[in-house]
Design a protein around this ligand. Sequence first.
Ligand code: ATP
Ligand code: MG
Length: 171
Amino acid sequence: TEFNLADAVRLWVDDFKPLAASYEVTIVQKADGDLTVKADYYKVERICYNLISNSLKYNRKGGTVTVEAVRRGGSVEITVADTGVGIPKDVVSRVFDKFYRVRGGGSGTGVGLAVVKAFAELHGGRVSVKSVEGEGSEFKVELPQKVENAILSTPDTLSKHPEGREPDMQK
Ligand code: ATP
Ligand code: MG
């Protein structure tokens, strides 16, 4: 499906505003203009949801989350940065592993980032993370701007938005 990633990022960030407020975290987006991509909308949405939910969950009161989408050559780059607890250096390479969690406690199953990585790679993209323990983390997902052979999900294979709000897209 073809859609404007900048518009989509604005919707997705808006979706998280109430949750961010309950965490007392400020969430801001930096995505504007025309950022047309050909990708699997629902997989890119899931990538962003998983990254944003982590950036809230592993943040601190009064912290910030910044979600950015930019074009870089023939790719688009989505960055989710937070001012949270960060990830210790010695384990940062493991966070994309299925079921890996840095601190056992709290809620979560350790699959969120494994899904982010798998979905990025289905698009021929890649993921990376930079983090400083006690300061924050920055997750990046780079996707080719046009993926001709992505395994495209359709609204009938995945649940629609509960408000029936669907993006303007062409199959
Ligand atoms: P799930 O997403 O399945 O509910 P989860 O959040 O524990 O559970 P992942 O999203 O895969 O699992 O993240 C793996 C681990 O990486 C987390 O348990 C957490 O320790 C660490 N982590 C992920 N994102 C961040 C972040 N933004 N800041 C600090 N630590 C993070
Ligand atoms: Mg998670």
